[in-house]
Design a protein around this ligand. Structure first.
Ligand code: FES
Ligand code: FE2
Length: 414
């Protein structure tokens, strides 16, 4: 049977409230289908506006088979292009990041302007028209300091993402920041395991001693239900909203993205061992109150985020293979904050460096156990793992819709 039909059937017969069947976490063909159906079709967070502040600043990213370059133009607009030369396909930008007046392919020096148009190609004959060989554009949107791209020919409407998340991000002024530190790790596990682990804190008490000093283990904070009924959380929302900070739990009807501002434990203000601020220069001048907790944003399949009073942390997930996932973490501070004066890098990064490493170990051991022929899908905790169930439901719905949509298109052609 065709792999698409097999996956569709398995998703339809899935036992609700249980983890997925083994091949969803380890099989190459299932992985390829994930890439085609989700990663090559959805909006993906790739990086921050502040990383390419000046015209000609660029960074590159690899999404499955697609190398992409994101560059700021002379007009300050951020654009994305397929990073494959229109001559014979060499990568135009080979560095992870850089600055250039023009993008020059290293192979034969075809030269592209920052808007992707080809401006120079040596001795290509009289018939050659440069206008036919510009770099191919990739859909690109920037919202509140976050850059998203979409590899599909036709991108899904970005307006709902913008409308939902912009008001929540805007007060944090994440365009006026710099990356104080970034780390990239590879977790030997499927990207869905990375997400499942992220979407619950059932594992926190047993695994994250540093994070648990400040982040509440309560499922109402991480999950998808019960937040509004929690008196501590609803009082937090009222206080923050009165100070102009959108806070209430808001999830898009598709289940793909959510924003919510959650209190930290007791008096904590930041993810430090003491709970005190790690950065003396506040992140945003628009935030006028203290103890704002953490603004949580996730957007499947690439990013989850924490926005605090003194800094913000973004996480970017990129699948490398069926059993390897890259996770990049960036610590954002106000652009004028000075290392050594306003913050100590070790203090700023310690808790999440530890937490990331603990999560990596969990994901890898999870993947280990799932590879066993004895593995069978197990039940999620209804009290603690509502967020995981929500993620799996989103995955199932998106895959099913698209697999069925493609089948309908194919049969219409036949
Ligand atoms: S492949 Fe880029 S210039 Fe030849
Ligand atoms: Fe964790």
């Amino acid at each position: 049977m065709d792999i698409r039909e097999t996956v569709l059937r398995q998703l339809k017969n899935r036992r609700e409230g249980f983890s997925l069947e083994q091949p969803f976490y380890i099989d190459q063909d299932y992985f390829k289908l994930d890439m085609e159906m989700i990663w090559y079709r959805d909006w993906l967070f790739v990086g921050h506006d502040c990383e390419i502040n000046r015209s000609g600043n660029y960074f590159t990213v690899q999404v499955g088979d697609y190398p992409v370059v994101i560059v700021r133009g002379r007009d300050k607009v951020i654009r994305a292009f397929h990073n494959t030369c229109r001559h014979r396909g060499h990568r135009v930008c080979t560095a992870e990041k850089g600055a250039a007046a023009k993008l020059v392919c290293p192979y034969h020096q075809w030269t592209y302007d920052l808007d992707g148009s080809l401006v120079f190609a040596r001795q290509m004959g009289e018939e050659f028209d440069k206008a036919d060989f510009g770099m191919k554009p990739v859909h690109c949107q920037s919202v509140g300091g976050y850059i998203f791209i979409c590899l599909a020919d036709e991108a899904p409407d970005f307006a709902p993402v913008r409308q939902t998340i912009e008001p929540y991000i805007a007060p944090h002024q994440l365009t006026e920041v710099k990356v104080a530190f970034e780390s990239t790790i590879v977790e030997k596990g499927n990207w869905k395991l990375v997400w499942e682990n992220n979407r619950e804190c059932y594992h926190c008490a047993g695994n994250h001693p540093e994070l648990c000093r400040t982040y509440p283990e309560a499922p109402s904070a991480t999950g998808v239900q019960g937040a509004a009924d929690d008196p501590v959380i609803s009082e937090h929302w009222q206080r923050c909203e009165a100070a102009g900070l959108p806070s209430t739990f808001t999830m898009h009807q598709s289940g793909q993205f959510r924003v919510a501002r959650m209190p930290l434990v007791e008096d904590a203000e930041s993810y430090t061992m003491s709970g005190k601020r790690a950065v003396q220069r506040p992140l945003s001048d628009d935030v006028k109150i203290s103890h704002i907790g953490t603004m949580l944003l996730f957007h499947y399949p690439t990013t989850w985020n924490h926005m605090l009073v003194d800094h913000a942390i973004s996480f970017r997930v990129l699948p490398l293979s069926a059993e390897e996932t890259q996770v990049t973490t960036k610590w954002l501070v106000h652009k004028d904050a000075v290392e050594g004066k306003d913050y100590d890098l070790e203090e700023l990064t310690h808790v999440w460096k530890m937490t990331n490493d603990q999560d990596r170990q969990i994901v890898e051991e999870n993947a280990f156990g799932i590879r066993s022929p004895a593995y069978q899908p197990g039940p999620y905790s209804p009290d603690h793992e509502g967020g995981v169930m929500q993620f799996v439901e989103w995955y199932t719905n998106f895959m099913t819709d698209r697999l069925q949509g493609d089948r309908a298109k194919l049969s219409a052609v036949a």
